[in-house]
Design a protein around this ligand. Structure first.
Ligand code: CTP
Ligand code: CA
Length: 225
């Protein structure tokens, strides 16, 4: 046990956590973004530090203060996040993808601000797929035995969609939570179910994001090589 009575069950381990939401630029002043605050990912980083881990936090556009004791790598886009996560994952025991990664980015970037023209309707915005970092890591573990955890925010058919997503992504654990206008985004609390490929479901009652973070580490620890 560590100084504050917290189990040091991640001592000697390197864990990577992604947090926040990526922004995909359209021009120098505009981007496509999402409503992720970064709070859940930062809570995962703080709790991992408290449990003795070396922590790399890959933070996408979050305004939150750097967690004490974690190495923070700041990124903007999904492509930058992929690069930073893969680099840090090379010697990591576990990777937790709490970041909201944009599925698509604008097909082209305008070097100058996009202007409107009198009497003209706007051009549609063409999008292309971003790399799926979680699927890539799960399929091709940078280190054997590495534990890979995903997060899924669903608005409906939460468990059904979660199970299908777990199978599709190939990760070891998937934390599924329900989101909507007034739920989860930016809030201090979260409610979730953690799914594992063997069919295990661990419900996490509505509570602080730290409690969910500790439950995630409780489930990661026995799976570490
Ligand atoms: N994720 C990722 N790379 C992407 C998109 C998502 O690594 N390009 C990760 C997220 O960090 C999260 C998990 O995949 O841990 C699930 O994200 P989610 O958006 O729920 O899944 P998708 O497969 O993108 O499915 P959907 O079509 O429902 O958005
Ligand atoms: Ca998505």
């Amino acid at each position: 046990r560590g100084a504050e009575g917290v189990a040091a069950d991640l001592a000697g381990r390197h864990v990577v956590v992604s947090a926040g939401g990526t922004r995909e630029p359209l021009d120098p002043v505009r981007y496509l973004g999402n409503r992720s605050s970064g709070k859940q990912g930062y809570a995962l980083a703080r709790t991992a530090v408290a449990r003795g881990a070396r922590v790399t936090l890959v933070a996408a556009n979050s305004e939150l203060p750097d967690p004490a004791g974690a190495d923070v790598v700041r990124v903007g886009t999904a492509v930058q996040l992929r690069e930073a996560v893969l680099k840090a994952a090379a010697d990591a025991d576990a990777v937790v993808m709490a970041a909201a990664v944009a599925d698509f980015r604008p097909a082209s970037y305008a070097e100058g601000k996009i202007k409107k023209r009198d009497g003209q309707e706007p051009e549609p915005v063409a999008l292309v797929r971003n790399p799926d970092v979680l699927a890539e890591l799960s399929a091709d573990r940078p280190r054997p035995g590495q534990v890979v955890v995903g997060f899924a925010a669903e608005t409906d058919h939460v468990l059904e969609n979660g199970r299908a997503k777990l199978a599709r992504k190939g990760c070891d654990l998937l934390v599924v939570n329900e989101v909507g206008e007034r739920r989860t985004f930016g809030s201090e609390r979260n409610e979730a179910v953690v799914l594992a490929p063997d069919g295990t479901e661990t419900p996490v009652p509505y509570g602080p994001k730290e409690a969910l973070a500790d439950t995630v580490w409780d489930l990661v620890v026995p799976r570490l090589g």
